[in-house]
Design a protein around this ligand. Structure first.
Ligand code: GAL
Length: 419
């Protein structure tokens, strides 16, 4: 009986055409290990598998991706690049300059699918290599950084409205603290300190100030008196955090707001992915509002870069991934879980929640009023060395007794040294 089966199998094999079919394959390096993040990523993994793709998962946990960036660097130095990696902003072009990126693997897909017509010029330009000639990365979303998240019950029972100025925020936080509630859920890790800092800078300094400081790296703005005021507000915020804050992960901080242990969190809208994953609804269980600013909007586009790889199966894997990432339905489903809004311009917002709809509307307003600005804390504005220099000073100030004016001076000096 066994022998008969073997013979049948051998005959079947002999009759199979000799063209070898290798399934598309991709090793994907990312840092999406939080609840909402993992749920969103699974949409892509499932779509890839449904097209016979073999996904080799390379997660490097650590919010904001600082740890992932280090692992990635080590892999590139060892000449062992993954097929795709989650990277953003100018870091994409930085890697291209090193000659390790493979723009022409996915550019054909982008041309065929007309990505130039599906994306805003701003988003598209972040995705291109070879002096803007070819797509080398695919965008999956637009996250907004400058958000405050609040537990609705906590605000209601303390008679507090969502603040719309930083003075109102401080007054609300003072009241909550007097009532024994932690005003601000925060995890003091360098990237989280920088996330809060850039939202404060946008509000306290304004759009032009933000651009001059964190896009143009203007020394006088970095070290000046407005920057001192930004650090003053950071010092205030530090006083609203709890003793357990240092080192806490961002999603644990979101959990404190969900449970009502803390009232507010200042964080990008991946925090909404956590609320959503726990079946909490905006307007009912929690409130979202932009941090106070003058029609500002700090954007953060998650994207995947495609490196030079050997083997047809890997190149095919890259092409399939790129095409799926830009899929219309994928960008809807993924972003509903992730908390962001689609990077594609033609996805209907009908099924999105009120916070996403607000993000989408505010993005347009900010665009027309000069307030649409790249997040430096999330790698959209600056190269890694400058981002790191600013982040280090911000977190040092937040976790010490450094004066605000010393911090501003140190900021300007650190940026200068990093250039
Ligand atoms: C951001 C990233 C988001 C989210 C967040 C926390 O940099 O753009 O997608 O993952 O970090 O990990």
């Amino acid at each position: 009986m066994k022998m008969k089966k073997l013979i049948v199998a051998l005959i079947a094999l002999a009759l199979t055409p000799s063209v070898s079919f290798a399934a598309p394959k991709a090793e994907v390096l990312h840092w999406w290990t939080g609840g909402g993040e993992a749920k969103a990523l699974k949409v892509l993994q499932d779509e890839f598998a449904a097209q016979n793709g073999v996904w080799l998962d390379m997660p490097v946990s650590g919010g904001g991706g600082d740890a992932a960036m280090q692992t990635l660097k080590a892999r590139i130095v060892a000449n062992d690049a993954p097929a795709a990696a989650q990277i953003k902003g100018p870091t994409i072009q930085e890697y291209d300059e090193e000659g390790v990126v493979a723009p022409y693997n996915i550019d054909a897909v982008a041309k065929k699918e007309g990505w130039d017509n599906l994306l805003s010029k701003q988003v598209a330009s972040h995705m291109k290599c070879d002096d803007g000639k070819a797509y080398c990365a695919a965008p999956v979303n637009i996250h907004r950084i400058d958000w405050i998240w609040a537990n609705k019950k906590v605000l209601d029972s303390n008679g507090i409205k969502m603040p719309s100025t930083w003075a109102e925020f401080n007054a609300a936080a003072d009241k909550l603290q007097a009532n024994g509630i932690i005003p601000l859920a925060h995890g003091s890790q360098p990237w989280q300190d920088a996330t809060v800092f850039e939202a404060v800078a946008l509000g306290v300094g304004g759009n032009d100030f933000y651009r001059k400081a964190f896009v143009d790296l203007d020394a006088a703005t970095l070290g000046g008196s407005t920057m001192t005021k930004v650090f003053d507000q950071m010092r205030k915020l530090k006083g609203y955090t709890d003793a357990g804050s240092p080192g806490r992960d961002w999603n644990v901080a979101t959990g404190m707001v969900m449970e009502g242990k803390a009232a507010f969190q200042i964080m990008g809208d991946w925090a909404k992915g956590e609320f959503a994953a726990n079946n909490m609804a905006p307007g009912k269980d929690y409130i979202c509002a932009p941090t106070p600013s003058n029609n500002g909007y700090l954007y953060n586009v998650d994207s995947f870069i495609f490196y030079k790889v050997k083997g047809k199966d890997k190149v095919e894997g890259q092409k399939l991934l790129a095409s799926l990432m830009m899929g219309k339905n994928f960008q809807k489903v993924f972003n509903i879980y992730k908390g962001s809004i689609p990077a594609r311009l033609d996805v209907s917002m009908d099924e999105f929640d009120m916070c996403a709809k607000k993000s989408n509307a505010d993005l347009k307003t900010a665009g027309s009023k000069g307030g649409l600005l790249p997040s430096f804390a999330h790698g959209m504005a600056l190269r890694l060395a400058q981002k790191g220099a600013i982040q280090d000073v911000v977190t040092e100030h937040f976790n010490s007794n450094m004066s605000s004016s010393d911090a501003a001076k140190k900021l300007a000096a650190a940026v200068k040294a990093s250039l």
